[in-house]
Design a protein. Structure first.
Length: 319
C-alpha cells in the first residue's frame, strides 16, 4: 500500500485588511483580523502614584512623604533631560513642543503644572486577533492574539531594576453560546521585548514564554524595562514589546466559535523593589462580557482592553 503523504500548503492572500494563511493538513485557514484603531494611554507617574497610595487603608504622613519623594524624583529626571542636547532628546522620542517645555524647566512643583506633565511618556497599544477557521464547516480550531505596545519616550521608571507586567484572560464560546475550554498552546505563546540605546537605535531583544496561571483561562509575562549593555556600564531601555497568545480547543468533539479577551498592562511604581506582580480574579460562573479582573501589585494599571472575536462575521468588537 502506498502511503499518502500530507503536504503542508501555505498560501498567503491579502484582501483589503485581512490576511489569510491556509494550513492544508489541518483543513483550516488562519484569518487575521486587523483594527484600524490604536489605543493611547497617558503615563503620568505623579497621578498614578497618588492613586496607588490613596488605595491604602490610611492616607497618612508616610504616604504624603512618599508623594513628595515621587515629585522630587520626576523633577530631577526632567532637570537632567533639560541639560541634554536637542538631538539627544529627539533620540529619546521627544517632539519639538516637548523639548521646548523641557528646556525651560529649572525645577519646581510638577503636580499642578499641566504643561510640563505633557512631556511624560505615552503608551500606545495595538491588538491583532486571528482565528483559524475550518474550510468545510463552521467553527474554529484555534485562536491567536498578537498585542504590541510602544512607549513614545523613555519612562521615568525604566532600567534593569524595573519590571513591568502584562496579563491576559480569555474565554471561548461555541455555536450554542456555551462556554467551552480553550487551552493555551505554550509552544506558540511568548513575550518579546525590544531594547533601545540613547540614540534611538534598537540594540537587542528578549523572548520568553508566557507564564501560565490557569491553562484554560489566563497567562501573564514579565517585562524587564531595561538591560545592561555588554560593557556592564551602559543600559538599554524597553521601548517596545509584545505578546503572542495561541489558544486551542481541548477536544476534537467540538469547535471553538467565538473568543473573548481581556488584556492589561501594569507599569512599575516607585518602591524598594519596583517589580510588578500580575494577579487574576476570575468570574464563576462565566458570563459573556465579564471576564474577571487583572490587578497589579507594586504597579499601576496603565492600560486595559476587552474585545470579542466573532468567527462567523470575522469581526472584532472592542469594549
Amino acid at each position: 500500500m502506498i502511503k499518502r503523504m500530507t503536504i503542508l500548503m501555505i498560501c498567503l492572500v491579502c484582501l483589503f485588511s485581512n490576511s489569510v494563511i491556509v494550513f492544508a493538513e489541518e483543513d483550516v485557514e488562519l484569518v487575521e483580523l486587523r483594527s484600524n484603531t490604536t489605543e493611547v494611554f497617558e503615563y503620568d507617574i505623579i497621578k498614578a502614584e497618588i492613586e496607588a497610595l490613596s488605595k491604602t487603608s490610611v492616607f497618612d504622613k508616610a504616604a504624603k512623604t512618599k508623594i513628595k519623594e515621587i515629585e522630587e524624583s520626576v523633577s530631577t529626571k526632567i532637570v537632567s533631560l533639560s541639560s541634554m542636547s536637542k538631538q539627544e532628546l529627539i533620540s529619546y522620542g521627544y517632539n519639538e513642543a516637548q523639548i521646548e517645555i523641557i528646556k525651560k524647566y529649572s525645577g519646581g512643583c510638577l503636580k499642578n503644572n499641566e504643561q510640563l506633565r505633557e512631556v511624560l511618556s505615552t503608551l500606545t497599544i495595538t491588538a491583532t486577533p486571528s482565528v483559524a477557521v475550518y474550510t468545510n464547516h463552521i467553527g474554529a480550531a484555534y485562536f491567536k492574539l498578537a498585542i504590541m505596545w510602544t512607549w513614545s519616550s523613555q519612562p521615568v521608571l525604566s532600567g534593569p531594576l524595573v519590571e513591568d507586567g502584562v496579563g491576559v484572560i480569555w474565554q471561548a464560546i461555541n455555536s450554542s453560546g456555551q462556554f467551552v475550554a480553550a487551552r493555551i498552546n505554550t509552544s506558540e505563546s511568548y513575550c518579546n521585548v525590544y531594547y533601545y540605546n540613547s540614540s534611538g537605535i534598537m540594540q537587542t531583544h528578549t523572548s520568553s514564554s508566557l507564564t501560565v496561571v490557569e491553562q484554560l483561562r489566563n497567562a501573564k509575562a514579565k517585562v524587564p524595562m531595561g538591560v545592561w549593555a555588554s560593557n556592564n556600564v551602559d543600559t538599554y531601555w524597553a521601548k517596545k514589546g509584545g505578546i503572542t497568545l495561541r489558544t486551542d480547543r481541548v477536544s476534537s468533539n467540538y469547535s471553538l466559535f467565538d473568543m473573548e479577551y481581556k488584556f492589561a498592562y501594569g507599569h512599575a511604581t516607585i518602591s524598594i523593589n519596583p517589580k510588578v506582580t500580575v494577579n487574576f480574579a476570575l468570574t464563576n460562573p462565566q458570563q459573556i462580557g465579564v471576564l474577571g479582573s487583572i490587578t497589579f501589585t507594586k504597579g499601576q494599571k496603565m492600560a486595559e482592553k476587552c474585545f470579542y472575536v466573532d468567527t462567523d462575521d470575522q469581526t472584532v468588537i472592542y469594549y
